[in-house]
Design a protein around this ligand. Structure first.
Ligand SMILES: Cc1cc2nc3c(=O)[nH]c(=O)nc-3n(C[C@H](O)[C@H](O)[C@H](O)COP(=O)(O)OP(=O)(O)OC[C@H]3O[C@@H](n4cnc5c(N)ncnc54)[C@H](O)[C@@H]3O)c2cc1C
Length: 356
């Protein structure tokens, strides 16, 4: 059993920002804190994103604190660019991420400490920064007849690029950024595409300025303060009406239909008798926070979310969630890491006052 002051779970943007701020606050890696990540390489979830999601297509990736990401080739896959950048970052600041280490459960222990059970043994810690993102928890809605479909069903998390859709009839489900990006990519390859979403998509024209950003974050923040599950960022910001989306709307690729009512062996059907034959259903239905390992701490509210005050879990001030809810963006993750470290620094100092 290793004893530390803080365990950081996850080494994506949120975890690395936290580790950076821990170092700046005087915490030493290995002696005072440990960063554990179950992925094989640096890059957080970026390392798993499809190759056609090039760095140039990523909107608004903010650099990690203390080191710019400059000169990256916009034509290279974001997985490569950001993976290499995170790797440089971890080395530059000596963050000593341990990987692959799967955190399986976090439990209460004696003396107010937490036990972090992992694939590589147990850590005992006084505080925990959870930065596990959402990529590991894809959300698949259920529809009647789903199991009878003879074609292929896949989620954004398994999407590897448009080539495998050549000559196929594809139904894309979901009104977020991934859904629209998939459709725009698939259209030149697929025999036919159909876009279905639960709610009519909302497009946002004009720049997304700081004020609009703050308003969007405030909406998500309000939910987590009430202990409700956070909503996706696009659900509060709308989809940016860029040139690619405008073209997709003009040529009919982004001609949206309401959600179908059932899935048949050959496609999808609506209650009014409408049907579309399909070879593939691509579920671009988003992700949920990957928090299963925190279940033993019983932080969830009846509303299904974890009640938060800033990055701190209201039910347990030793636990901080970064990259969760209002901080689920690269800039939000940066700020959340700093806020969590500041708060934890205060908590640990209060618990162990300096002797007079
Ligand atoms: C397709 C796509 C495009 C996006 N584009 C943008 C963008 O352009 N701009 C932007 O600001 N945001 C974007 N986002 C959101 C963005 O990815 C995030 O807000 C940010 O990068 C997430 O960082 P994170 O550290 O919270 O999570 P992640 O990058 O997911 O990192 C979480 C880490 O935790 C690890 N982990 C998870 N569970 C465990 C466990 N039990 N034990 C150990 N380790 C674990 C994972 O291995 C992973 O390395 C995008 C998201 C998606 C899905």
């Amino acid at each position: 059993m290793r004893e530390v002051e803080v365990v950081v779970v996850g080494a994506g943007q949120a975890g690395l920002s936290s580790a950076y701020h821990l170092r700046r606050a005087g915490f030493e890696p290995d002696r005072d804190f440990a960063v554990l990540d179950h992925s094989p390489a640096p890059g957080g979830a970026w390392q798993f994103r499809w190759p056609s999601l090039t760095y140039g297509k990523v909107h608004g990736m903010h650099a990690l604190p203390g080191m710019e990401l400059t000169g990256a080739d916009p034509a290279r896959p974001s997985a490569e660019v950001i993976g290499a950048y995170f790797d440089r970052y971890e080395h530059a600041f000596g963050l000593r991420v341990r990987r692959p280490v799967e955190v399986r459960a976090v439990r209460e222990s004696d003396g107010g400490r937490l036990l972090v059970e992992t694939s590589a043994g147990t850590w005992s810690t006084r505080a925990l920064i959870n930065a596990t993102g959402t990529w590991d928890h894809p959300f698949w809605p259920r529809y009647p007849g789903q199991e009878t479909f003879r074609g292929r069903q896949l989620h954004t998390a398994q999407y590897a690029g448009p080539e495998e859709f050549a000559g196929r009839r594809a139904v894309v489900v979901g009104g977020g950024a991934s859904g629209t990006q998939h459709l725009l990519e698939l259209a030149p390859y697929a025999a036919a595409t159909t876009w279905v979403t639960r709610r009519p998509p909302v497009f946002r024209d004009g720049p997304f300025d700081e004020e609009a950003g703050r308003a969007a974050v405030a909406l998500v923040e309000e939910r987590v303060r009430e202990g409700l599950p956070p909503r996706s960022v696009v659900s509060v910001t709308g989809l940016p009406l860029n040139d690619a989306i405008r073209r997709g709307l003009a040529d009919g690729v982004l001609d949206r239909r309401p959600m179908f009512d059932r899935i048949t062996p050959d496609g999808v059907e609506w209650r009014d008798g409408g049907r579309v034959d399909a070879d593939v259903i691509l579920w671009a239905t988003g992700f949920r926070a990957a928090l299963g390992h925190l279940a033993p701490l019983r932080l969830r509210e009846p509303g299904g979310g974890i009640r938060m005050e800033g990055t701190r879990a209201v039910a347990d001030p030793r636990i901080h969630l970064v990259g969760y809810g209002p901080s689920a963006s690269t800039i939000g993750a940066n700020r959340a890491g700093r806020a969590a470290v500041r708060d934890i620094g205060r908590l640990l100092a209060e618990e162990r006052p300096v002797a007079a």
